[in-house]
Write a new protein. Structure first.
Length: 314
């Protein structure tokens, strides 16, 4: 997919989702260059423990992970972030590997490729594309050798139940019996911990969320007044997820010139920008099994509440 196709998909989605009730914006658009940098900053916050936990689990168990993957030569990571997790994993083997990185964010891809550039046994190829498209075009090229597909950092959390089932089914369908899938998932934990992870005292999470409006202003000629919105994060127990909103602090009119859209926001009206689903270890395995996988191994960090699960097609 070319960058211009991605930009018009952004415009199309902004026009569509901002007119729904409640108004929404798909969370994938949080990740432009600035959004990806802000997310990397979130991962450094003391209140957002899952990135460090996942790094530690990967470091502790990487030899065991590779022992489940005899002959693996190809890695495919969906949403590599800054690349440090993959780097930690590949430091567990000296076998030559090729890593395909798939992301919609150009900035994230170049940062990840840079992080991985000094891993000597690794050749890196980047694909600027949505996860499914990128994965399927990579898997169409026969490698002959086993492939490990990685979906780390609880990226799965941004998908609702149907969306995650659909994504997992497409991943399962793209794998052969000698391939494997490694998935990280944030676990259900005390509400106060989740609240601080998604609405931190430094305001980085708020900046990360607000940036999507800045991006619409910059790329699509939007007129959002960023000072007239506040970040709101709430635990939705019924759906086992955190919901993120941008709440208008006053009545205001907004235009988005590139898509010829104009609308009014009421004081207190919210734009729903992200949901982050939380799993139980068994719930994740059930979800994998319902999507065409069987679980091979699972490692859990109980302090941070994070699970790493290795699976193959059933
Ligand atoms: C990248 C989807 C794993 O849900 O925790 C962090 C994104 N949003 N803080 C998450 C996010 C606000 C993050 N994921």
């Amino acid at each position: 997919m070319t960058p211009s196709t991605l930009i018009s998909a952004f415009a199309e989605d902004v026009r569509h989702y901002l007119q729904l009730s409640p108004r929404q914006l798909p969370s994938m658009y949080l990740y432009d260059a600035l959004g990806s940098a802000l997310f990397d900053a979130i991962c450094e916050l003391p209140w957002y423990a899952i990135t460090r936990a996942e790094m530690q689990v990967l470091e502790q168990h990487r030899a065991e992970i590779f022992s489940h993957l005899p002959g693996v030569t190809r890695l495919v990571e969906l949403g590599p972030g800054d690349g440090r997790k993959l780097k930690t994993l590949v430091e567990g083997t000296s076998d030559p590997l090729i890593a395909h990185l798939v992301d919609v964010s150009d900035g994230a891809l170049s940062r990840a490729a840079h992080t991985l550039s000094d891993a000597l046994n690794l050749r890196v190829v980047t694909h600027q594309a949505p996860f499914e498209d990128g994965l399927e075009s990579i898997m169409r090229e026969e490698s002959g050798d086993p492939t490990l597909v990685l979906f780390l950092g609880s990226n799965i959390g941004n998908f609702d139940l149907r969306g995650s089932a659909a994504l997992l089914q497409r991943i399962a369908a793209s794998l052969t019996p000698s391939d494997a899938f490694l998935i990280g998932a944030d676990l259900v934990k005390p509400e106060r911990d989740l609240q601080l992870a998604y609405d931190d005292p430094l305001g980085v999470s708020a900046a990360f969320n607000l940036n999507v409006l800045l991006r619409i202003n910059r790329e699509l000629g939007g007129t959002f007044d960023l000072t007239a919105f506040r970040h709101r994060a709430v635990w939705n127990a019924a759906c086992s997820r955190m919901d993120m909103y941008l709440v208008s602090t006053r009545q205001q009119r907004v235009r988005v010139d590139a898509v010829d859209l104009e609308f009014q926001l009421r004081e207190g009206e919210a734009i729903w920008t992200e949901s982050s689903y939380k799993y139980t270890p068994d719930g994740l395995i059930t979800q994998l099994e319902n999507s065409g996988f069987e679980s091979m191994a699972q490692w859990i960090d109980h302090d941070a509440g994070f699970a790493l699960t290795l699976a193959r097609t059933s």
